[in-house]
Ligand binder design. Structure first.
Ligand SMILES: Nc1nc2c(ncn2[C@@H]2O[C@H](COP(=O)(O)OP(=O)(O)OP(=O)(O)O)[C@@H](O)[C@H]2O)c(=O)[nH]1
Ligand SMILES: [Mg+2]
Length: 238
């Protein structure tokens, strides 16, 4: 089988109910002959991986299962290692990120000076199609404020992005937690990141895995990124 042009990497934990609609929408938006959907599942007890294998009869899907590891960012990195496409898209399984935006992200990546395109809620035209309660909006605002000195990307919290595989230095990454796009931007020193507006929808199936523990982990992650920004990479150190 020839290598696909695009690998869409989706980390999953208990996303069985979202997988079929995700595959259907993704392969309506993208040509299945040049795209692979790469599911990185952390041995979900709800049978996400079994369903992914069933769906692979109908769609170009590969499912990799990690049995003794958990974590969104490390799952995406696992996917970046395994990807066969020249362009890699990272996105969530819960349909919060519209697959229909991916073609315009891929088109922007034709410009070799752009290392990354981010699907963004916080640029003109981007929006939340859901009514987040005040505490959630505040949470998101503070999280972005804390990362603001590290990058000018408005939605650096986004898990929806596209990168060129040849530009990646995966050995530089030391992620913990959720914020893989931020990790990629800071560790690569990317300044020319472009954002495209998206309409972000809350999940309608499955449950969120974002909890207080993850939020505290984000603070540790930020600490590491500030150290990196201040002192550069010290081999052997996080
Ligand atoms: N492989 C893997 N995937 C995970 C893990 N935790 C979350 N995910 C996936 O990462 C994506 C984002 O997780 P969500 O639970 O939706 O978290 P979120 O989007 O930050 O939070 P919400 O806005 O509340 O949905 C989904 O596709 C999850 O299935 C994990 O430990 N391992
Ligand atoms: Mg989500």
């Amino acid at each position: 089988m020839p290598a696909p042009h695009v690998s869409v990497i989706v980390p999953t934990y208990n996303e069985r109910d979202n997988l079929a609609p995700l595959a259907q929408r993704l392969f309506s938006a993208l040509d299945p002959s040049t795209t692979e959907l790469l599911i990185i599942d952390d041995d979900s007890p709800d049978g996400t991986a079994d369903l992914a294998r069933e769906l692979s009869d109908r769609y170009p899907i590969r499912c990799l299962v990690r049995r003794h590891e958990r974590g969104l960012a490390t799952a995406v990195i696992h996917g970046l290692h395994a990807a066969r496409g020249q362009l890699c898209v990272g996105m969530d399984a819960d349909l919060s990120h519209p697959p229909e935006t991916i073609p315009s992200m891929l088109a922007l990546m034709r410009n070799p000076r752009i290392p990354m395109v981010v699907g963004s809620r916080f640029v003109r035209g981007g929006r939340l199609a859901c009514d987040w309660p005040f505490h959630r909006r505040l949470n998101s605002f503070v999280a972005r404020l804390l990362a603001w000195p590290l990058t000018r990307v408005a939605d650096m919290m986004s898990g929806f992005f596209c990168v060129r595989r040849a530009d990646l230095h995966l050995d530089r990454l030391r992620p913990i937690g959720y914020k893989i796009a931020l990790e990629l931007i800071v560790r690569h020193g990317w300044t020319n990141v472009v954002e495209v507006p998206i309409t972000f929808c809350d999940r309608t199936a499955g449950v969120s895995k974002l909890n207080l523990h993850e939020q505290l982990r984000y603070l540790r992650h930020l600490g590491r990124l500030y150290l990196h920004a201040a002192f550069g990479h010290i081999p052997g150190h996080p």
